[in-house]
Design a protein around this ligand. Structure first.
Ligand code: C5P
Length: 338
């Protein structure tokens, strides 16, 4: 017997982490969100997502590598459901609804870290489901589904560095990055709630620093035309200061302030904050240089000279900014009907 499931092809996607090189908060919006001006870059650090036909008659998710919920609150399942609703009967086996999917997610990106892991997984799930169903969904509909899933999700459709504006739905690709700058990531094992950080921001200042906005606009323009890894390293001090959420994060998680200072002293580099944290980053000319820095941090944690907030070991990783993203479909051969 053959059915619509046989027409599904398994699809694999990489779901990269993101880093905010700048984050200017322009103002509070009537819908409760904030208008942003932020330069986002994708990293080589990535989760892996694979979708296959579900034999159980409903969507399912298996998560490996992290204690993330695999329930219906997971953004992967929400993304598949939202994409199915948007596709309607517009898939290869239509006009009925697109069939259920079994998803498997290998988590490598730390969760709730300011690295966009959940949002990236959602964007990858949307894209993979559309391909698995051989469905049609135009750019406007994709953007609407993505924005409905979360403010950071539309960025992951850009395929590379981008200027992100509005609540996150205005994404302008920036094609000027040359080379692959190294990035050191250090995530202390503390929970920082994004809504709490934005609430603290509204309480202390309510509007961003014009200097942050200027730095962000300047970097976006430079990344749009041409910037090497060395150029980016030269701008690290400006970028590390250009996050309007720094003061709010210091209110919500004060322990991150001395930790950031200690990392600055240890590495003698400007240390930035990604999004609303808690991930801290430093930029290097290469992956090799970032790897050395990661060893320095790990060594200092081990010998007790670097005191880490929270309980347990920090996540310390060397990665690179990925100039363009490569979507991997490891199973190009479509299943054929007997
Ligand atoms: O869209 P997302 O669910 O990722 O947003 C999480 C929270 O972050 C929102 O509830 C809001 O408090 C805050 N936020 C914001 N402005 C944005 C993005 C997020 O205020 N542009």
């Amino acid at each position: 017997m053959s059915g619509p499931l046989d027409r599904l092809s398994p699809v694999v996607r990489v779901a990269p982490a993101k880093l905010n090189l700048t984050l200017a908060v322009i103002g509070h919006r009537a819908d409760g969100f904030h208008d942003l001006h932020s330069v986002f870059v994708p990293l080589a650090l990535a989760d892996r997502l694979s979708l296959a036909p579900s034999a159980t008659g409903r969507d399912s998710l298996h998560v490996a590598g992290s204690a993330v919920s695999s329930g219906t609150d997971n953004l992967v399942l929400r993304a598949i459901a939202a994409t199915r609703r948007a596709v309607g009967g517009g898939w290869s086996g239509g006009p009925g609804p697109a069939p259920p999917i079994a998803a498997r997610l290998d988590k490598r990106i730390p969760v709730a870290a300011g690295l966009g892991g959940g949002s990236s997984d959602a964007a990858a799930a949307m894209d993979a489901a559309i391909e698995a169903w051989a469905a049609e969904l135009d750019d406007a509909a994709r953007l609407s589904v993505a924005a409905g899933l979360g403010s950071d999700v539309p960025f992951f459709g850009a395929g590379g560095p981008a200027l992100v504006e509005g609540r996150g739905e205005r994404v302008t690709p920036l094609h000027g990055l040359r080379g692959a700058p190294g990035i050191l990531l250090v995530t202390a094992p503390v929970a920082v709630s994004t809504p709490e950080v934005f609430a603290a921001f509204a309480a202390i200042r309510g509007t961003g620093d014009p200097a942050t906005r200027l730095s962000s606009a300047h970097l976006a323009s430079e990344l749009g035309s041409g910037l090497s890894a060395a150029d980016l390293v030269a701008r690290a001090g400006v970028m590390a200061a250009a996050n309007d959420l720094l003061a709010a994060v210091a209110v919500v998680m004060p322990e991150l302030v001395p930790f950031r200072r200690a990392l600055t002293r240890l590495l003698r580099r400007p240390i930035g904050l990604s999004g609303s944290g808690p991930t801290l980053w430093a930029v290097y000319p290469s992956h090799a240089a970032a790897t050395l820095a990661a060893a320095t941090v790990t060594g200092a944690v081990a010998d007790g000279s670097l005191v880490v907030p929270g309980h347990g070991a920090p996540f310390v990783a060397a990665t690179i900014i990925a100039p363009t993203l490569i979507a991997i479909d490891t199973t190009p051969a479509r299943r054929t009907q007997p």
